[in-house]
Ligand binder design. Sequence first.
Ligand SMILES: [Zn+2]
Length: 752
Amino acid sequence: MKNIRFGAIFQIAIFLGVSSLNAQEVSTEKTTSNYNYHDAFAPFFYTKNGTATRSASGQPGAEYWQNRADYKLTATLSEQTNEIVGTDIITYTNNSTDAMSFLWLNLDQNLFKGDSRGEAIVPVTGSRNGRQGQIFDGGHKIKSVKIIKIDNKKIAEVEAKYLISDTRMQIFLPEELKSKGGKVEFKIEFSYISPNEGSDRTGVLETKNGKIFTIAQWYPRMCVYDDIRGWNTNPYLGASEFYLEYGDFDIAITAPANHIVACSGELVNPKEVYSAEEYKRFLEAKDSDKTVVIHSKDDVLAAKKMNALATKTWRFKLNNARDVSWASSAAFILDGARINLPSGKKSLALSVYPEESAGNDAWGRSTEFVKNSIENYSKRWMEYTYPVATNVAGNEGGMEYPGIVFCSWKSKGKKLWGVTDHEFGHNWFPMIVGSNERLFAWMDEGFNSFINTLSDADFNNGEFKEEKEDMHENASSYTDLDLETVMSSPDNMKEANIGVLCYGKPSAGLIILREQILGKERFDLAFRTYIERWAFKHPTPDDFFRTMENVGGEDLSWFWRGWFQYNWQFDQGVNSIKYIKNNPKNGVLITIKNYEKMPMPVVLDIKLKSGKVDRVNLPVEVWQKNIEWTFKHNSTEEVEKITIDPDHVFPDINEENNVWTDNKGMLEKDIILDPYLGTFSNSRMPIKIVMSEKNTALNVEITDYPEFSVKSIGKDEFESKRAGLKFKFNEDKTGFDMIIGDGRTIPFTKEK
Ligand SMILES: [Zn+2]
């Protein structure tokens, strides 16, 4: 490619003895645009380079490490007092490169203590967080913390020193925990009284056949120690969710004998807890695509008459998970069906719900929804890894845990599908892809909301299909100037903004990225790769951004910046058109403009007089060095209407300038260049200047200098700011004055 340098023009000035020549001129054009392409396309979006633990390509680095927490848990539930008494034996493996003298754990139940930080910041009205006004003795009670040591094959338990600060507990280790594989085992005895409504994530619901306990954030859980911040000890304040280590779980739950218990993971002792008849139906369900009732309404009523003091212990096993939750109730009807996974493996969909929620317009379809949701996400993104998926009817709006979710017992029909599908979508974000929810809710809620939009369309031939989102309608809510950014943590944004910033906006962003920027094929591959790379690991926002760019093969910094890092608005408009040589037969020049801070690709429809509509797509790069852009469209007839973003796929906050019509829009007059063309010379100079027409512009060739084009700046006057030259033609176009920089003029005459 030819290297055009305008430095050459300076030599004309030197040749002519002009001492000062200023080729730069300040534009006097008034701009009403807030767009700055330096800001939008600036380099170094990433503030850090890749590291040994996190590659610049977005994958875990060669020396990526992650700590591990394996749990042995027991719980005994009291129906009368809502108390859970448990033991928590944790084997913690320190794979980091640092030795440790203490550990941090989450005591999330402490949010429900009367004097917690989270309780202090719950506003008087309009919040779903905290304990919803309930006066009770909430919070984790720690009876003991003991380090388990094996000395000479004898197991010894040594009391450990610990400190509790709000929802965190620091345990001091008697011996330093070695780096790169050091292990420590310790046991915590704990109890707590469950809140009735615990930040909409755990609770107790009264039903006519007994209480429904939905139990979560129930045992002391390890904080994550990572290569980003070391210990992640942000307190549980209510809005922000969780960040947890992976490991294997053994769980034993002792509940009243007339309860059905559901839990993350596989039931290990079904024969001990189900009647012979129920066990038979349980096996039937495992092998059936249709929902099979395992514990019916009649069974619920019969169980009511059982001895109230008797108990049963339900044992579960769950591997490679970051958490475990469970539910227990005498009111539970239980049904199930087989889940068919792409590899040929099977899983089991289960639902537990009270009589009040039964019926085919409600929870009677829950298992069908669970099965479809899991099968679909497994097909589209990554295969489900747990043996069971249970939907529990509780008093939460909807809450996700590995292999189990709590959805509102009141939900029915499309709403029940929506909440079930959303909560099970969370099994991929953040249960499989273990991002830090406490800081980056958009990486689970947003990604999940995005995959939900596809599954809505997929389910049962579109039974609950949503209409496509109108991005013009939602633009002002997504980019309202009062909003925080998507990257803000939920604890750092107004509760009313969480829906937009953690769910809607990031999801809409991924839809734009998929459908308008990368295309479905490239997007899906990159998104799947992100899931595979970070399955059961701890990705950060950069790991996601870098993976999408590396696999998608695109620098998307302008997009991350405008939509995720900042809250930039977007507004494209069509300004004016000009027929070439004022004749529609020659094609049309269309001028568009970017008015707000965010750039986007351009999609526009050009409707011609004949009714024909031409769709034009321009890449985002037209805005990389322009605020305004003029392009040629090779039409051969008059334009009736031009519409920017006709399908409303971009968040354009100002629709008014999106449409140009022939009765209202600006039509510019083209300058007929023919009279200016020719070869011009000056008898005292050894150069010739050839004026020709090139790509509808007046083109200037000066002997031995690179050619350039000039713009009309008035009657018979043209200019190239880059060359620092003006050309003023005389009335009959037989010559012109070439005006250099500071005003010195040289006359040229047209050759015959
Ligand atoms: Zn969610």
